[in-house]
Design a protein around this ligand. Structure first.
Ligand code: ZN
Length: 415
């Protein structure tokens, strides 16, 4: 499978290349479209059935023995962030086609249809919504979402879809291509976007859950500007010292939650005073910041949300400042199917491929499938340097290992 993978990635690298090692294939832009065309042409060359839905997702199917039985979908996305890498997203589609090619070469026919799905518009940097392509396929895209605008062009999703030859009117009318009941399993192979597998020397990981998030994009501490030499300590309302207290108390809350065995990651940043308003000789009167908490457990996000509010109140009182957390957004964690997780881990064990289970900190289309009620799972592939940048470094041999794990779990006796 490795030769197939190397060859297909080499052809994909001609699409949307920035010329400096990075790739830009915007959602519903020409680069994404060309990537779908490349995968479809490759699938036709393999003798797979190729279909497209109203949202422009591509379905490449190796027919099974029982065509009426619920199918297995191997999917991922083909768009990238601006100046992203060649592997984020595409690895799952390339691996799926490699699996189909492997089965076809051996004349192996799966029990039910095996569909490789190239998914549209997963990278929410382009349109401010998650999992547009997969939710559209599952009939879970709200008609109002067709009016959201792409960040670079300012044009609507419906407009971009129409330009890409899709049928937004059918989506607005509620048409869906995939009935969740017709999908036995959704499995997504994806490069790991964190450092865990590389640090532990493991080629693959089996994902247990996709973390949901609790976010404050625009929070601020409102103190009082004052002369830094003339204002006694007791009379200061210093936004920066208040932020330091806030950080320390939130980290203590994080400690307590970790100590209680709860999954949580917490990040604060964009912490700054306005350089136009602040100066060396001023007590800072305002500090803006953002906050991102993520967990595989909805209850842990609820608990952290309550902690954030309590800490903000106590710091505000102690420091004599106001803390405006601004709007809060929430996304739900998605639990991967325990039976699929166990089957994938067992397959890796049988194949003697070193592996571990781990949560996914980033969102993926697998969350949309899980939330639609489809048993879903993900296999992560070791990847140095993170993702969403030109330096993504995945070894094709590791992707082949992930594909063998998925094949062994999904089509017994085929890997
Ligand atoms: Zn991705």
């Amino acid at each position: 499978m490795q030769d197939f993978i190397v060859d297909l990635f080499a052809r994909l690298a001609a699409i949307g290349a920035d010329g400096d090692g990075g790739f830009t294939r915007p959602s519903y832009g020409p680069g994404e479209h060309a990537a779908h065309d490349l995968m479809a042409a490759t699938a036709r060359g393999l003798g797979l059935e190729v279909a497209t839905d109203a949202a422009g997702n591509t379905y490449m199917t190796l027919p099974g023995r029982d065509r009426a039985a619920p199918r297995t979908v191997l999917g991922s996305h083909l768009d990238t962030v601006p100046r992203g890498g060649n592997y984020d997203g595409a690895a799952g589609v390339v691996a799926g086609l490699a699996m189909a090619a492997h089965l076809r070469d051996r004349g192996a026919v799966p029990a039910a249809d095996l569909t490789v799905m190239g998914i549209r518009a997963e990278e929410s940097v382009w349109f401010p919504a998650s999992y547009i392509g997969s939710r559209a396929a599952l009939g879970r895209l709200a008609p109002a979402e067709l009016e959201i605008r792409r960040s670079d062009t300012g044009r609507t999703l419906a407009d971009h879809m129409a330009e890409a030859g899709c049928d937004p009117a059918a989506l607005a009318a509620g048409q869906r291509y995939l009935d969740p009941a017709s999908v036995a399993a959704y499995v997504e192979i994806h490069i790991e976007q964190g450092p865990v597998l590389a640090a532990e020397g493991l080629p693959v990981g089996v994902v247990t859950a996709i973390r949901g998030g609790l976010r404050h994009h625009r929070a601020a501490i409102l103190g009082e500007w004052a002369h830094s030499g003339a204002t006694p300590r007791a009379l200061r309302r210093d936004a920066v010292f208040a932020f330091a207290d806030l950080l320390a108390e939130l980290e203590a809350a994080w400690d307590r939650m970790e100590g209680a065995g709860r999954d949580l990651v917490l990040t604060l940043g964009k912490a700054s005073t306005d350089p136009a308003a602040h100066a060396f000789s001023k007590v800072p009167g305002r500090l803006d910041f953002c906050l991102d908490a993520r967990s595989t457990e909805d209850a842990a996000l609820d608990a952290m949300g309550a902690e954030i509010e309590a800490v903000a109140r106590s710091v505000a009182a102690a420091r004599g400042v106001g803390i405006d957390l601004g709007p809060r957004s929430r996304s739900k964690p998605a639990t991967m199917d325990p039976a699929l997780v166990a089957a994938l881990a067992a397959a890796a064990g049988r194949l003697q491929i070193p592996h571990r289970t781990l949560p996914s900190g980033a969102g993926h289309d697998a969350a949309a499938f899980a939330q639609a009620g489809v048993p879903s799972a993900m296999v992560f592939v070791r990847n140095d340097h993170g993702s969403h940048n030109p330096a993504e470094a995945m070894d094709p041999a590791d992707l082949a290992a992930a594909a063998r794990v998925a094949l062994a779990a999904l089509v017994p006796g085929s890997a």
